[in-house]
Design a protein around this ligand. Sequence first.
Ligand code: ADP
Length: 686
Amino acid sequence: MTEGAVGRGDPDRGRSEGAPAPRIGPYENFARAQKLGQIGWWRLDSRQNILTWSEENSRIFGAEPGAPQSYQTFLEAVHPEDRAYVDERWMAALRGEPYDIEHRIIVDGVVKWVREKADLEFDEHGHLIGGFGITQDITDRKSAEKALQWNVRRNELLSNTAARLLQSSDVQGVVTELCTEVMQFLDCDVFFNFVLADSANRLRLNAYAGIPEAQAAEIENLDFGVAVCGCVARDRERIVAEHISCEEDVRTALVKSYGVQAYCCHPLMSQRKLIGTLSFGAKSRPTFTLDEIEVMQAVSHLVAMAMERLKMEQALRDAARRKDEYLATLAHELRNPLAPIRSGLQLLRRLDGGDPKAPRVQEMMERQVDHIVRLVDDLMEVSRIRSGKIELKMEPLDIAEVIRQAIEASEPFLDASRIALMVRPPEQPLHVEGDPVRLTQVICNLLNNAAKYTEPGGRVEVEAYASGAEAVVSVTDTGVGIPPDLLPHVFELFAQVDRTRDRAQGGLGIGLALVRSLVAMHGGDATAESAGPGQGSRFVLRLPLLAQGAARAATDVGVGEVPPAPERVLVIDDNEDAALSMSMLLRAMGAKVRAANDGARGIEAFESFLPGLVFLDLGMPGLDGFETARRLRSSPAGKAATLVALTGWGGEETRRRTREAGFDLHMTKPASLEDIKKALSFARAC
Ligand code: ADP
């Protein structure tokens, strides 16, 4: 322990050892107090023009103690940027205003902060006769305040950066914006953000600031190991380069050529993998503080996380898109073999099988094929909706008519499940603007579900009424009901309440998703209610009502009676089974039929056979269906014939293309008996 420590910190102990107590007079105490508090005083006698500085005051200003002083010598010590302010406040003090200011001074080239306070004395005429003032060295307080402010701004900057990076889907734009802000906060002049280029061991400039475009173009690509960023990417380690103007390091040569003196580059890492680099550089100073480097590190970390998040989101979107494409292809491929199977079954029905059991087996097979066709259609629909390919053919409709059509289509299901149907029609006509086919499909889905999920002997009730500006249609059943926790999810794609349920009539969990999407496309919504398992369910549709007078009743577009078959029908399909079964079915319906398995032979057959009706597959090798149709239409006989496109693709785009190629009708495979009748009827009418 040192002697000084005893004397300062423990006077009693010093005395007990017999040392004499320090004898300090009032002046010494005063001088020590000034020194400890870093407060000096000055005294001005204006009459004699004498300015006296205390020892501490002289120390603060770096002046010789006791040397004569003047206001001018004081003003010279004041920081040039603060001189006008100090002078102005002094003049105000001479007019009697309080003098209490904070400003900078420069002592031996070092900037310090002082606080000045003064009490001035005036004679009865208001002339200055003298004054007393103090000067306090507040450099420490000012640096603490500055550090505090810097920390507050840094925290704001980082939390703001994190929030904006998290919310944004345009990381490139946000990185440029945020890094420019960070650059300004850190008093830097340039920043560079490189990301991994597609080829290995190379970076691509993603965002930058502080250099002209032409210079940026020169560093658009940067190989690993080249310049600071290339080395950081190669070694995955931060580089802080300082005093660059005095260095001869090849790595810093590039940024040195931009006039950068201090440069710091961080690798952008995600899950231990390099995704790029982020660097900041200052031209006006040779070093960075540790705090500044920490800020750069934190920003790099946030940018890396945001880039990774976007990459993952993109991967999810890609996966969803691939799944949609796969579903569309799957549905399309499943449809192709169904076409000949369905036509074959319909043909078998017309042939005399001999065995009395045959019709029942055929019926069963037809039912199952119909079921598969429905599932495949659902898949097809959902992929069309998800890719935005469904277009509604809107017209004014009476809801009662839509319900009637839906009931007609669903009746076989309800009857088969022995379910009693009750319909409460609206009291007055409810007119909405809608696509009759799609709205019928929506209500059909609800009715079919009610049939599927209600035990035999149960009841289903359909009700329609107006509520405010909306038409409401509800389908209520006494079936299995839906547990409350699953109720909000039944409209989600592939949602199924109980996957273990006996699902002889089951679907793929698509129907309700279609319902909600189609209703939403009509500007309405669909909701589900149920008091729980075993308590039945209620599905409610709400559609905007048409304004009075704008409505007109829907027309029935029924198929009509079987028309007499036109004389000659040509079937062109590269799938031999499909062509064969279709031909046999048409023959059984009384037509004269020829089949061809490609476009070129189809045209030949047309020219020699001159049919009135042609069923034409679209996807064929060589001449496809579109081109074949165009060529057929170029001859007078071809112009007169009815051309029917028969294809797995039912989307709007394909329909538009078939219309353009000259087709009269577009049918999706497998064509039902009704479709064929419709084509025959159309050809007959032409
Ligand atoms: P699915 O093809 O499985 O019937 P949906 O999308 O039509 O698909 O229905 C989704 C799920 O909602 C069904 O699996 C079923 O669990 C439940 N659900 C739909 N309608 C009813 C209903 N009327 N009663 C009880 N549950 C139903």
